[in-house]
Every structure is written in C-alpha cells, then in structure tokens.
Design a protein around this ligand. Structure first.
Ligand SMILES: [Zn+2]
Length: 557
C-alpha cells in the first residue's frame, strides 16, 4: 500500500462534497452535524467499505490525514509521518491431508470443520502436527492474582492442550469454592479463547483445542466455523511467532468421544477443573494433522496525530477508534454491496475528530494527546495490537487509552454504559463527569460476553495501560424518550439487523444527541488527565494490575 501524496489526498477531499467542511470554526463543543458529515463521507461508496489493503484504505488514509492537517494537529506516526505501517498476515488452510486422533493403535478420523475447526498463525507452506500427545488442561488458567494455576508445572512442550471454554466459575454453583473467583457471570480475560491460545503458546504447546459448548462460548458452532480456515495476525518477528502450528475448537460431541475412548469422563473432569487442585490430565491419545497453507502479507496502516504536551510531552493520553470496516460483500435486499460500518466505526472516527478539534480550541495541554485511527480491528484488533507491540509513545507513560467503538444513535440518555466494571479508577472519573452532565452510570447488560476484551482498547490493557471503552451496544441506555425499553429496542435492532452488515449505514433517523454527550465525556476525562499529574490505576483484582505495576518506578509511583 503506497500512501497517496499530500497533494493527492487534498485533491481527494476537495472532490468529496460531504467532506468539504470548514475546520476553522473554533469551539470545544462536540457538534452532531460535524459527526454526520464525517460519517457520511467515510461510509460513502467511494470508500468501498474501508477494508484493509484495498483502494478503500488508500482513500480513507488520505481523507483522515487531510482532516487532521486541517485541524492543525501534528503528525503522530513513524518518522514524522502521519502513519504507522502495519503488515498483516493472512493465512488460509487448504483441504486436510491428515486429521485424526490415535489411541491404543486405533485411529479416529476427524472431519473438518464439523468435528474440529482449525486455523494457523504461522506463515508456513504447511501446518502439521505429527502424533502429539493430547493433554486436558481444564480451563487452562494461570492467574497468580487469584491464586490459581491449572498447569501445576506440567510440561506442555510439543503437546496439544485441550481446554474448556470460559473461566472456572462460569458453570459453578453458588455453593462451590470457586464461585465468584473469576467474576461470576462476568467473563474474565481467562475465559476468552484468545487468552487460551496465548497461554498454550506461552507453555510451548504445538496445538490448542477448545471444547465447544454454546453457553460457555456465547455462540454456536456456526460462528466457530464461519471463517472457513482463514486467519489474520500482525506480521511478527520469528522469535515472537506463536508455538502453535494449529489452534481451534473441537465440537462437544467429538470431545465427549475423545475422552470416552481414553476411558475418561469429560463431564466429571469438567467438574474437577472447577477446583484449584486440578492437575492436567494426559489423555493417552495423540493428535495428527496436516494442512497445506496459503499465506500472504497485506500492507496496511494506522493513522496517528498528536498535540504535544507543553510540560510533560513524554506522558500521553491516547484516544482510539478503528477506521476499517468489512469492505465488499454480497448485495443486501437494497442492493448495497459495501459493509461500510457507518456506526462501527466511522462514528467513532468522527468522534475522535471532534475531540481533536475541541483540544485544538483549548490551551495546549501539559501532557501529549494522541489520536490513533487503527486498522484491522475487525480482523482481530490487529492495528492496535501492532501499535501496542511497537508503540510510538512509551507504553509505561501512556496515562490512559479511550476507545470509541459504536455509539448509540437513539438520542439523549439518562445514563452512560460502563464496560468492564471493577477494572480501573477511570470508572470513577466516568461517574464524576457523567454526574456533571446530570447522568448516571449503568453497567453493561451482558458481562458474560466479555466486551471488555473485544475492542482496540484491550490491546493497550494487556500492556497495562488503564483503558475505557465507549460501546453503544454494551447495554440498554435509559433514553429520555422511551426509557430502557427503547434503549434495548435500539440495541436489538442494531445488533440483530445491522452489526457487520450493509445495513450499518448512515440514516437520517439517527439522533446523535446522546452520542454527543458520550463523546464529550471522553473529551472531559482526557482533558483533565492531560492537565494533571495523576496516573489512573487498575483496581485490586484486575488481571492487568500486575503488568502495570512492573513499570511503576518509571512513573515515579
Ligand atoms: Zn468496531
């Protein structure tokens, strides 16, 4: 991907009537009309659904840079540019040449993707596992802050780890010792499939399989198999590559017979896995798989702009939203082929532009403020992951990260929805600034879905940066008109009809009054931190507290 020259991007903006808006109007208010203009531009057909690595990316990058220049921001990317190059790895498994369990000389052939679903994040011509022992690791959790370690020092090098989905107290009754240790109904990071694959790689395994079960996963097998053997990652250095040749899921039925053939009872072992004295169980069975793999590297980019701090420029507040959407797809009933993500996340991008404009209209802050427009969120938070692994501003001195990803478009609300309750002191700031708006804070409605781990802020959280996500579909807003019922109807309509579909388009029916207040909250929270010496902190019990504390000395804490 070659970045358009400055002249080309300026010309492009002038060629787009919707984008020809005056930026000179000073003022720190968030303006709904400007949000609409930005959304209508980015979600227009000219941007082709903003898929990474396409012509739609070129246009998007050019547009964003043009806007940021017009706002008077400084380039915040690599080497004085507006961007950070993000090479993405795209892999696809071919038809399996071999796929089976072996126990006691008996072979059970497996069918892909009905019994087992796999993908790879290694850029090799083939993905192979040759008779590796299967080891059941329970929930596969290593959580020192909760006094929990499922691995008990058992060596998993060269083996395939078999995990239960979710975290150890998800299925537990109230009378069990584990109840509440992992947030109860709320999912902790230990319950996410991403954590399980990462942990298997940390333990040196060559494969990882999660036993699928709809309640624990939160979705059916159709969702598991829908990527069709494709996967994406950022391009990693050889020493940072995962040790897993293959990672994926086995169906509940397949798992049941795998355990039964080994003379074990999956249901019984699942109960044993809810106790802290659980130890890994060798299944006495081996796993073999061989797939041809095609892989390519797609060049994409994050866009970054900044306002340098006047007193402590090395300390930064990072605002984020993702510019990518789903690109082209099958036409919907209205013949629309682009999945343009007008709300997800052109509206978040528009919000960042408004916050940037508000900061420029105010006196320069003490600390630096960075505006990050991430690529490839929809491919697995990859733009933000690449940034967090290769930060342009020191992670230890990143004060906080605020992420806008889907805002409610149903009007003014009496409350704001908090995602990730109990994680950091930023939730106290949120409550304070919401109160100043005459609003209250409500909790997300389905904490078992783990939304806190499913947007770009999470890439920063993993590295210890306190974070806050604004996500309009996290719960039913208590709308001024229609209350919670109307708020839930909006969430249901958006998630049921429009989420990740061509229907996620701008509509004249959008009422952005509530979104304006949500964006203003982030503006205010960030502005206070940008003019303070305060460091927000993770709360006791957060799975991210320990990693932040490792660098406490750098911040003089
Ligand atoms: Zn999104």
């Amino acid at each position: 991907m070659i970045l358009r020259s400055l002249a080309a991007s300026t010309a492009l903006i002038l060629a787009l009537p919707a984008a020809a808006q005056p930026e000179e109007m000073a003022g720190t208010e968030i303006e709904a009309d400007r949000l609409v203009q930005t959304v209508r531009t980015l979600a227009s057909d000219q941007f082709e659904g903003r898929a990474p690595g396409t012509a739609g990316e070129d246009r998007t990058i050019g547009y964003l840079i043009g806007r940021l220049q017009a706002l008077g921001l400084e380039p915040g990317g690599e080497n004085g540019t507006w961007t950070q190059k993000v090479p993405l790895l795209h892999t696809r498994l071919g038809t399996p040449e071999r796929l089976a369990f072996q126990h006691d000389g008996n072979t059970s052939e497996l069918s892909f993707p009905t019994d087992i679903y796999l993908s790879t994040l290694q850029p090799n011509a083939a993905a192979k596992i040759d008779g590796a022992p299967l080891v059941f690791v329970g929930y596969g959790v290593h959580a020192p802050e909760r006094g929990w370690d499922d691995f008990k020092g058992v060596d998993l090098k060269g083996k395939v780890a078999v995990f239960l989905v979710n975290d150890p107290d998800f299925h537990a009754g109230a009378d069990e010792d584990v109840a509440g240790t992992f947030g109860g109904r709320t999912m902790t990071y230990y319950g996410r499939w991403t954590y399980k694959f990462e942990e298997a790689a940390r333990q040196g395994a060559v494969g990882a399989l999660i036993v699928h079960e709809t309640a624990g996963a939160g979705y059916g097998w159709n969702v598991i198999e829908s990527p069709g053997g494709e996967n994406y990652d950022v391009v990693r250095k050889p020493e940072d590559l995962t040790s897993l040749a293959l990672q994926g899921w086995i169906s509940g039925e397949t798992a049941k017979s795998l355990f039964a053939d080994a003379g074990l009872d999956l249901a019984q072992l699942s109960v044993a896995a809810r106790k802290d004295d659980f130890r890994p169980v060798d299944l006495g069975t081996s796993f073999s798989a061989s797939f041809p793999v095609t892989s390519e590297v797609v060049q994409s980019q994050n866009v970054l702009a900044k306002i340098s701090g006047t007193k402590r420029p090395e300390e930064s507040i990072v605002y984020g939203a993702h510019w990518d959407a789903y690109g082209e797809g099958q036409p919907d009933e209205l013949g629309r082929i682009y999945r343009a993500g007008a709300n997800d996340d052109a509206l978040g991008v528009a919000g960042l532009m408004e916050i940037a404009r508000a900061f420029k209209a105010a006196p320069a802050p003490d600390r630096s403020v960075v505006f990050a427009f991430w690529t490839a969120e929809e491919r697995g938070l990859l733009g933000s992951e690449f940034y967090a692994a290769n930060p342009l501003y020191p992670i230890e001195k990143t004060v906080a990260n605020f992420d806008l990803d889907i805002l409610q478009t149903a009007g003014l609300a009496k409350d704001v929805i908090l995602v990730g309750k109990g994680q950091s002191t930023l939730e106290d700031d949120l409550a304070r600034f919401a109160a100043a708006q005459g609003r209250t804070v409500s909790e997300e409605s389905l904490p078992e879905r783990g939304l806190f781990f499913r947007a770009d802020h999470f890439s920063m959280a993993k590295r210890g940066v306190p974070v806050m996500l604004m996500m309009g579909i996290a719960g039913a807003s208590d709308l001024i008109e229609g209350g919670k019922e109307a708020g839930q109807a909006w969430v249901d309509d958006y998630t049921g009809r429009c989420y990740h579909a061509a229907c996620d388009a701008w509509s004249p029916e959008w009422n952005l009054a509530g979104a304006v207040q949500d964006i203003a909250l982030f503006r205010d929270m960030g502005a206070e931190l940008a003019n303070s010496r305060r460091w927000p902190e993770w709360k006791a019990g957060s799975e991210f507290k320990a990693v932040r504390e490792e660098s406490a000395a750098v911040r003089g804490e």
